[in-house]
Design a protein around this ligand. Structure first.
Ligand SMILES: NC(=O)c1ccc[n+]([C@@H]2O[C@H](COP(=O)([O-])OP(=O)(O)OC[C@H]3O[C@@H](n4cnc5c(N)ncnc54)[C@H](O)[C@@H]3O)[C@@H](O)[C@H]2O)c1
Length: 254
């Protein structure tokens, strides 16, 4: 049977580890050629080798996903190597915790540069290429449940994620007639190399998540792959929350 992403080319940013790496791995396993970006070039190379070792077609590209000329390079390289671009996943995002009263302009600008500017311009450069190809496409933003609720010291991060969800909705009017869908995935607490650095993380989220556990990177990648697949051609402007029910409940009495 033909693989779901056979003959598709995908770019994914911030994919040297964590959620992005898992999405890249699953896309490659389903036949996609993947341009795998990470700020850490060595990590991107290592991640690409891991995927290539099990038969995936993958090209590592180290560089900063908030840098506009680098984002254009990603698109150009995808087309030069694989002939076309079908999927862009703006996964790179940074999380800076900060007390609102102390949050600095430098922190604010760095966060907005990676989370919003990088995602916006990857979408723009990818969509221009998809429009020129005339064969539709898929754009996916990586949001977070912090874009839906109040989280102590994460107001600025949550603001960028809520912005991405509105961007997905906002682009529908221009991109849907071109058969380019644009959606977001909003993970709740997810076990990654970064979050499991906190020894209590898994235990804490086990107690307060309705399903009784934090998400795995596989949980998030499965949602992403659905939205990127031909099965989701009529779904656009939406955010799929993957949080084990955490945002569906408020603190309960008793
Ligand atoms: N892990 C979670 O619990 C969680 C929850 C909700 C949302 N998210 C979102 O999911 C996405 C991935 O999160 P994660 O926890 O897997 O990532 P992470 O923090 O582990 O980082 C993944 C990779 O991104 C790279 N990166 C950072 N800045 C970059 C840049 N400017 N350009 C290119 N690469 C860069 C890092 O080098 C790292 O290898 C992010 O957008 C994050 O906000 C994560």
């Amino acid at each position: 049977m033909e693989k779901i992403f056979y003959n598709k080319t995908a770019i994914i940013t911030g994919a040297g580890t964590g959620i992005g790496f898992e999405i890249a791995k699953q896309l490659a396993a389903q036949g996609a050629a993947v341009i795998l970006n990470d700020l850490d070039a060595g990590l991107a190379k290592k991640a690409a080798q891991t995927i290539a070792a099990v038969g995936g077609k993958v090209l590592p590209m180290g560089g900063d996903a908030s840098d506009l000329s680098f984002l254009q390079n990603l698109v150009d390289e995808a087309v030069a190597r694989f002939g076309h671009l079908d999927i862009a996943v703006a996964n790179a995002g940074i999380t800076t915790y900060g007390d609102f009263f102390e949050y600095t302009p430098e922190q604010f600008q760095q966060l907005v540069a990676v989370n919003l500017q990088g995602s916006f311009f990857l979408a723009q450069f990818a969509a221009r290429q998809m429009k020129a190809q005339g064969m539709g496409g898929r754009i996916l933003f990586m949001s977070s449940v912090t874009g839906h609720q109040s989280h102590r010291h994460l107001a600025t991060y949550g603001m960028t994620k809520a912005g991405l969800e509105q961007l997905a909705r906002g682009l529908v009017a221009e991109l849907a007639p071109l058969q380019i869908t644009v959606n977001a995935v909003a993970p709740g607490a997810t076990l990654t190399e970064r979050t499991t650095g906190d020894a209590d993380y898994a235990e804490t989220w086990k107690k307060i998540t309705p399903t009784g556990r934090a998400a795995t990177v596989q949980d998030i990648a499965h949602a992403a792959l659905f939205l990127l697949s031909p099965l989701a051609g009529q779904i656009t402007g939406q955010t799929l929350v993957v949080d084990g029910g955490w945002t569906a409940v408020s603190p309960q009495p008793g």
